[in-house]
Design a protein around this ligand. Structure first.
Ligand code: FAD
Length: 481
């Protein structure tokens, strides 16, 4: 009896077994399945996975490899150019089918299209699926059939298309290959930093992998969803889901999140479910923008911003990156990012506004730093969010909104608990002084062991002066449309 030709299943940003349409297709064939992950080369000057996210990828691949192995399927690891690796492996295995879930960034789309054409030309079937979004980015459009630029109508149109399809179970039966396929060693990829090991704190906070993602979702639905509408802006409380890195690597799908939230039960309340799903909707919107405007991470969405007089300020940029600006909320956020690979959304907005507006440093510098330091660094969400804060984006914050880091701290971290956690040298300051230590009496500073300019910096810019400077510069852009 001749065995059916094997199926090559190519994992990318979908490192899970449940609700994985490409995996289900592979299982359905009844043929032996060989799973593949390719660590792809840098393209366009940037590695497809940033430094902090590589730590996550390493752990997530270990988890996926174990889950596949338990079902008799080998996860083959290769590094290099997917355009040669995928067709070569398919031919070498005599694969009859190659299956994958789609990606939506321009480099990924170009790569996948070339591979698909190559395989088809040589008689190998290719099946691709939507597995990373609630809806494909091209499904939502204006009445005239154009892409959408504003979130609220986008999300309404998205919802009018109806609820997403059912979440797919893990296939009951998977057939593995009897002959092992040569694979690289994960450890040889050096994804996790060693000397120095700047990711040491990550494992205390995160559990990468499908099981960790499911556990975090269950915890959030149980303990966080009902409080989410009121508390989601509070970095001092564990008030948001922290699912972003799990979503980034597809350890959980938005379809699973959607169904689990909708069935979370009456105790969570409609307001919690709607607000949470609308944030997942911002992710859909960011992907819609990236798909239709592939240069979202490179070019201002609004061309009038091309004339903006960005400043070159290496010292300011370094102070921002290290969390040494002298503004406690900004510094707490940048240090949370460094220590945990993640930052609360409210604080992301404040630190981004500080870089762009107080320091007048190009948003692309901030986007690039986040790309390397966030475990959830995501081609669509990161670019769309930075352009949103800059005011240069599609549906952007108005350019004249300059967050006041002191007021933001007082409102969203009222007792300064978040600041104390990440800026320990200020921990002994009273609540009244923690958001603006430079305004505190000498006695108060002394009592808390704070010596401005020695143990903690004075503000690197004055808020009022910086705000006026930014508004003048942004004002000059008006009328350039
Ligand atoms: P929750 O509040 O629990 O939201 C649930 C999910 O919805 C998130 O996991 C995320 O996938 C999505 N989501 C929530 N808010 C947004 C948003 N504003 N835009 C798009 N999707 C959203 N998010 C990333 O996933 N990757 C990034 O690289 C990224 N860069 C950002 C850069 C800046 C300057 C800013 C202001 C925001 C950025 N965000 C990014 C969006 C947002 O901050 C994070 O998604 C959120 O903080 C993740 O925490 P959570 O999972 O607890 O969110």
């Amino acid at each position: 009896m001749t065995l059916p030709s094997p199926t090559l299943l190519w994992f990318r940003n979908d490192l899970r077994l449940a609700d994985n349409p490409a995996l289900c297709r592979a299982a359905e064939t009844g043929a032996p399945v060989i799973a593949l992950y390719v660590l792809e080369n840098a393209a366009g000057g940037r590695a497809p996975v940033g430094d902090a996210a590589r730590w996550w990828l390493s752990r997530s691949l270990q988890s996926l490899g174990r889950d596949l192995e338990a079902r008799g399927v080998q996860l083959v690891l290769r590094s290099g150019d997917a355009r040669t690796i995928v067709p070569d492996l398919a031919h070498c295995l005599g694969a009859g089918l190659v299956a994958w879930n789609r990606r939506y960034d321009p480099v990924g789309i170009a790569c996948d299209s070339a591979i698909k054409a190559d395989l088809k030309a040589t008689g190998v079937a290719v099946d691709t699926f939507g597995g990373s979004l609630l809806r494909e980015p091209w499904e939502v459009k204006t009445q005239a059939g154009d892409p959408m630029r504003v979130f609220t109508p986008f999300w309404r149109a998205h919802q009018r298309l109806g609820e997403p399809g059912a979440s797919l179970p893990v296939p009951a039966v998977l057939v593995g290959s009897r002959t092992p396929v040569p694979s690289e060693e994960l450890a040889s990829w050096g994804l996790e930093p060693t000397s120095p090991n700047w990711a040491a704190g990550f494992a205390e906070v995160w559990s990468p992998g499908e099981a960790g993602a499911r556990a975090r979702l269950a915890d959030f639905l149980d303990a966080g969803l009902a409080r989410y509408p009121d508390e989601r802006n509070r970095p001092d409380l564990a008030s948001t889901s922290r699912l972003s890195p799990h979503l980034r690597f597809g350890e959980l799908s938005p379809v699973q999140i959607w169904h689990a939230s909708e069935h979370a039960g009456a105790a969570s309340g409609r307001a919690g479910i709607d607000k949470f799903l609308s944030e997942v909707g911002w992710r859909e919107f960011s992907y819609h923008l990236l798909f239709h405007w592939p240069r979202l991470a490179q070019d201002n969405f609004q061309a009038r911003f091309d004339a903006f007089p960005w400043r070159t300020d290496p010292a300011g940029l370094a102070a921002w990156q290290r969390g040494l600006t002298g503004y406690p909320l900004v510094d707490a956020g940048m240090r949370e990012l460094w220590q945990t690979g993640w930052m609360h959304n409210r604080v992301r907005m404040v630190v981004a506004s500080f870089l762009i507006k107080h320091l007048m440093i190009d948003w692309r510098e901030g986007e690039a730093w986040f790309w390397e330091t966030l475990v959830d660094a995501d081609a669509a969400n990161n670019a769309a969010s930075w352009q949103w804060v800059a005011g240069s984006g599609a549906d952007a914050a108005p350019y004249f909104r300059v967050f006041n880091p002191v007021k933001q701290g007082e409102t969203f971290d009222p007792k300064g608990d978040y600041i104390r956690r990440y800026v320990p040298e200020l921990a002994r300051l009273p609540d009244s002084a923690i958001h603006a230590p430079w305004q505190a009496d000498d006695q108060v500073l002394k009592g808390a062991g704070v010596r401005l300019g020695v143990t903690y910096p004075r503000p690197i810019v004055d808020h009022a002066v910086a705000r006026a400077r930014a508004l003048d510069a942004f004002q000059a852009l008006r009328g350039r449309d």
